[in-house]
Design a protein around this ligand. Structure first.
Ligand SMILES: *[C@@H]1O[C@H](CO)[C@@H](O)[C@H](O)[C@H]1NC(C)=O
Length: 248
């Protein structure tokens, strides 16, 4: 993904302006104490409590509305002369994830998580140019996709820094341990303008081969998905110090 630099800049500026104001922690989140034996379970429960609020966004964490989640632009350059671009990407139901694991290892500055998404719908405007399988494509139009049973297992690494005597965790990278793309079904309208039959047939063949196509795009997709998740979770950690998030 062309990591939205503008978005980053805007959130950075918002952060600067907002930092002068009093920070509030969402009242519906029970804080977890880092020295508790049950720290991990407490976090899982806290995330369960947060989930229903994601749909409208969580201003205290600078999290925007998550249903739909909007990404201005996602580019996929698979090399070998095939380029795809998605604009105005709307992702539905990503807030209805199931969290299997959210393990915050404070002493290692590491967060490991395992999230599954029972159902995600994606709508976007697509531009595809190049050779995909045996098709020479050069089309654009609305794209619609449903993906069920997608799963992301990843590790985020960070480092500590101090700001006004408080210790924060800066999440610097995400390593994708595994992504299961689940069962996808896409529809690219107008792949061949003025030829709805060929468009339908091509869509059918693309879908039949989608697992292999996604496999080829895996490095790019992992980067896009990873950066998006990293950006969102980082917001919470830049907003609040470790002591504020997880009191001793
Ligand atoms: C995705 O699911 C919705 C709702 O079930 C359906 O209306 C739409 O046609 C589906 N799109 C594709 C590409 O399967």
């Amino acid at each position: 993904m062309a990591m939205p630099k503008e978005l980053f800049l805007i959130s950075f500026m918002v952060l600067l302006c907002e930092s002068a104001k009093v920070k509030k922690f969402p009242t519906y989140i029970q804080k977890c104490h880092q020295n508790d034996v049950d720290f991990e379970n407490c976090l899982l429960k806290a995330i369960q409590n947060v989930k229903p609020h994601l749909i409208n966004g969580i201003p205290e964490f600078r999290l925007p509305k998550m249903n739909p989640l909007i990404l201005p632009e996602v580019g996929i350059d698979a090399g070998a002369g095939f380029i795809a671009k998605f604009e105005n990407v709307e992702i539905y139901d990503a807030d209805k994830f199931i969290i299997q694991k959210f393990n915050v290892k404070l002493n290692e500055n590491k967060i490991k998580f395992d999230l599954s998404f029972p159902h995600i719908r994606i709508k976007a405007r697509y531009f595809i140019f190049g050779k995909v399988m045996f098709f020479n494509l050069d089309g654009s139009g609305p794209a619609d996709g449903n993906i069920s049973d997608c799963r992301v297992i990843a590790t985020m690494n960070g480092q500590r820094y101090y700001q006004q005597d408080k210790q924060y965790l800066k999440l610097t990278e995400i390593v994708i341990d595994d992504i299961d793309f689940g069962k996808p079904n896409f529809k690219f309208a107008d792949l061949f303008r003025n030829n709805p039959e060929l468009t339908d047939q091509t869509n059918k063949i693309l879908n039949e081969n989608m697992p292999e196509l996604l496999e080829e795009l895996r490095p790019t997709l992992e980067q896009t998905i990873g950066n998006t998740v990293l950006e969102f979770i980082s917001r919470v950690f830049t907003r609040f110090s470790l002591e504020e998030l997880f009191p001793k």
